[in-house]
Design a protein around this ligand. Sequence first.
Ligand SMILES: C[S@@+](CC[C@H](N)C(=O)[O-])C[C@H]1O[C@@H](n2cnc3c(N)ncnc32)[C@H](O)[C@@H]1O
Length: 249
Amino acid sequence: MEVRVRYYYAEHEDAYRRLQQEGMTQWSELFEEGRAADFGAFPNREFLEHALRCLDLPATSEVDVLEYGCGTGPAACFLAARGFRVDAIDLIPQAITVARRFAAERGADVRFSVQDVCALADEPVRKQYDVIVDSYCLQSIVTDADRGRLFAAVRARLRDEGYYLVSTAMYDAERVYEPGFRYDPTTGICYEEAPYAASRQDMIEIDGTSYLPHRRHLQPMALRDELESAGFHVVSQEGLLKGDVVARC
Ligand SMILES: C[S@@+](CC[C@H](N)C(=O)[O-])C[C@H]1O[C@@H](n2cnc3c(N)ncnc32)[C@H](O)[C@@H]1O
């Protein structure tokens, strides 16, 4: 399977190209016009700070953490600065190039690599972790099959006593889907009209128009049920839209 043609590749590749051109530090700055670049102010920082205070973990220098979908690495660097041993992966090579530079500038010891987290499901497990973190990657992994592979990859790499910390975008009654996007309330999938040159691999047709999966915006119970069906036990589900989850195997 050629990862560069999957529905979740092109948008993220374009975003990191723009981020580099415009001197931004992280993904969230792309969507908040006029916001000053601030690497330390990443969206799920408060949740991670709160969750890490409550978890029953060994001394931080003995805790192995994996972040997938790390982008330019704001959360990974925050975790490393706290003393955790951090591995961080992202699909997009440009994101990892920038992440390595930012980490080096801040003296943060993070082992970054380029990796599709869904593809990890097919790879041998080389290391297990005490904590696995998702800082807003999950909503971009849209189809049941891909999410199943992601969850299998996480389960295989989480130690028995480990924690899975997820921050994900959720269904929001206030959200307006712009023209060209279509939300299916039965699945929580938002589809995006496929550009003319898009790969056919993930395309579906609705009313004669071709669409690609774009986001998964679930309601709180649906996210909880999905995680429980995937073999996790949801310990807590917080945040305004209930997208901040602590789960265990
Ligand atoms: C919303 S951005 C968040 C980035 C970062 N966590 C942050 O807070 O700035 C989602 C990230 O997930 C990455 N991503 C999407 N699909 C992925 C996959 N299949 N494997 C690994 N990373 C993926 C994207 O490249 C992007 O960096």
